[in-house]
Design a binder for this molecule. Structure first.
Ligand SMILES: Cc1cc2nc3c(=O)[nH]c(=O)nc-3n(C[C@H](O)[C@H](O)[C@H](O)COP(=O)(O)OP(=O)(O)OC[C@H]3O[C@@H](n4cnc5c(N)ncnc54)[C@H](O)[C@@H]3O)c2cc1C
Length: 547
């Protein structure tokens, strides 16, 4: 109905009814160059279906509903029995059901599995980020579980299944299951060696009972958890099902749900194990970190991809808004200064997407070179890409002016979500120190990284200079720990530059190398050299509704 006092004009249409995949040039090109040609059409169709669903009005509504109706803890039933359940809004289940049905918990059973899943994760996360936490953990539990072939045989088909069943039931009665992980305790998260949760062996081989707590345990309604606890032989990884094989509930006390900055659709719980909590050992006693690190490595790639998704959605919204919004006589997108801001944001988003997909392709490649490359590139990317997410989300929000600060725009949700991927699965410093560890203990990792970036040598003089500078930095062993962030930032930027020089259009690679490697930009976004082809960079980033 028309307002009686004025006519509403100059408000952009919502970005809805578009294909999140097909309208993302950086992503579609990365998929096209990485997927085997014989499968490309099939993969494209799959991602297009997901992209259309992610950009649809109903998925956007589910995303809003799941966040405006956060999960509620029900510790007891009406008769006073302990149930320790979390109730989610139906929209949460719809989001999860769609994602599981699209195969987003499985990178393991299909060719190009990581590539397909990473691209799908990047697309579908843009509908809503919170529910991707259990998707990520479920997918990542598989390689850790393989330390115990018997457990893997029981759980892997359920974790990689495309069936979502929310009810807690014994594994044998389920068509699909979700997994979580519980490592962090009150006295320490990064330093899990400080874990105090105890595991006492039972008479049956491999079976234990746990006593203790976990300070963060996300998605507590998952069917099964990988947990660290101190066994007689040291810190050990355990598989802890919420329902025991005989159908009774395992003792799994949910004490509270965290009141979080963002990620509000997802429940993150404080839990306790009371000495009756039953678990099965995964891997050897004392090898807990080595076993669960397989899971952590896979979730770290999802942190990179999740951050890339937040950035892409933020940039898509900003470019879309500025295409339609006019000020001072013309569309914002045509204003030279706004164009500079948008182009700068678009560069960051494209660099993140390209890097995430390159890492996924290396997982699929599976060669020694790939493995060594990932050892260095994953923590470096986790450090840098997730660090860029918050400033990108904040600046993109500002592109929408006052509308951006208002909840209905979706931008505040993106901004609240943005810091999280930098914190969990190892915070910034922990990633930087992990890169140092790889540099010091695994020379093959640096060699693989240098081989990768070497393929772009000679293509851009700023990239060449940056590689030279990096090698000088790497040769300097003084004060390494205090210099770790600086070093890792350079490793990540050079890697992103080398990828864009090889794969992106010249205007994107040129702008990235000038600003991120050549030093020709200020600290804030929107400070790119004005001589660059910024219009082309922005046009490439524009999502097209109905496209
Ligand atoms: C929403 C949310 C959900 C979560 N879900 C889970 C979950 O499901 N399961 C789970 O196990 N955990 C979960 N976590 C916990 C998360 O993984 C930890 O918070 C994280 O690993 C950091 O641990 P911490 O909080 O104990 O901080 P600390 O380990 O105390 O670290 C604090 C700061 O110190 C830095 N730091 C640590 N060591 C060093 C060092 N040697 N040198 C320099 N700096 C250092 C860190 O980078 C960090 O910035 C979740 C966290 C959040 C926020």
């Amino acid at each position: 109905m028309a307002a009686s006092t004025h006519t509403v004009t100059n408000q952009p249409p919502p970005l809805v009814g578009y294909d999140v995949f097909a309208s993302d040039a950086a992503l579609t090109e990365a998929v096209a160059r990485s997927v085997d040609a014989t499968r490309l059409e099939e993969v494209r169709e799959e991602l297009t279906r997901l992209g259309q669903a992610a950009g649809s009005a109903h998925a956007q509504r589910w995303g809003e509903q799941a966040n405006t109706h956060p999960p509620v803890l029900r510790t007891h039933d009406r008769y006073g029995h302990r149930i320790d359940e979390v109730e989610f809004h139906p929209a949460w289940h719809r989001l999860l059901g769609h994602a599981v049905g699209a195969g987003l918990t499985d990178a393991w059973s299909r060719p190009d599995g990581h590539l397909r899943r990473t691209a799908g994760f990047l697309v579908w996360s843009q509908a809503e980020a919170g529910h991707t936490c259990p998707l990520s953990m479920t997918h990542a539990a598989v390689p850790a579980l393989r330390a115990d072939p018997e457990l893997a045989a029981e759980w892997e088909p359920l974790l990689t299944s495309q069936v979502y069943e929310r009810e807690l039931r014994p594994a044998a009665e389920k068509g699909g299951a979700l997994a979580g992980m519980a490592m962090t305790e009150k006295q320490g998260g990064s330093d899990v060696r400080a874990n105090t949760t105890r595991a006492e062996p039972l008479a049956a081989p491999g079976e234990y009972v746990l006593t203790g707590h976990k300070w963060f345990c996300s998605a507590p309604m998952s069917d099964v958890f990988l947990v660290l606890a101190q066994a007689p032989g040291g810190l050990t990884c355990f598989l802890l099902p919420r329902v025991l094989p005989d159908g009774t509930r395992n003792s799994f006390r949910i004490q509270r749900l965290k009141d979080k900055l963002g990620n509000r659709s997802n429940a993150s719980a404080e839990i306790e194990f009371d000495g009756r909590t039953w678990a099965r050992r995964v891997g050897e006693e004392g090898r807990g970190v080595a076993t669960i690190i397989e899971m952590v490595a896979a979730t770290r790639l999802d942190c990179v991809t999740g951050a890339a998704a937040v950035m892409r959605q933020a940039v898509a919204q900003a470019v879309h808004h500025c295409t339609y919004r006019e000020a001072f006589g013309g569309p914002l997108i045509d204003k030279p200064l706004m164009r500079n801001v948008l182009a700068d944001l678009a560069l960051e988003s494209e660099a993140a997407t390209t890097l995430a997909l390159r890492l996924a392709a290396a997982y699929d490649g599976g060669t020694e070179q790939d493995r060594h490359f990932l050892r260095l590139a994953v923590p470096a990317a986790k450090y840098w890409v997730t660090k860029r997410c918050t400033p990108v989300a904040a600046e993109a929000l500002e592109c929408l002016g006052g509308n951006g600060y208002v909840e209905e725009s979706g931008m505040p949700r993106l901004l609240r979500e943005a810091p999280l991927n930098s914190i969990w699965e190892g915070s910034g410093n922990v990633q930087a120190l992990d890169v140092l560890r790889a540099l010091q203990r695994e020379p093959a990792a640096l060699n693989a990284y240098l081989t990768e970036i070497g393929t772009a040598r000679g293509a851009d003089h700023r990239l060449d200079r940056a590689i030279k500078g990096l090698l000088t930095e790497l040769a300097d062993l003084e004060g390494l720990e205090a210099r770790a962030r600086r070093l890792v930032e350079r490793l990540a930027l050079v890697l992103q530059g080398s990828l864009l020089v090889r794969h992106a259009p010249p205007e994107v690679a040129d702008a990235f190398c000038a600003s991120r490697l050549g030093g020709d930009a200020g600290a804030a976004f929107g400070t790119l050299p004005h001589t660059l082809d910024l219009a082309a960079v922005v046009t490439r980033a524009r999502p097209v509704a109905g496209g």
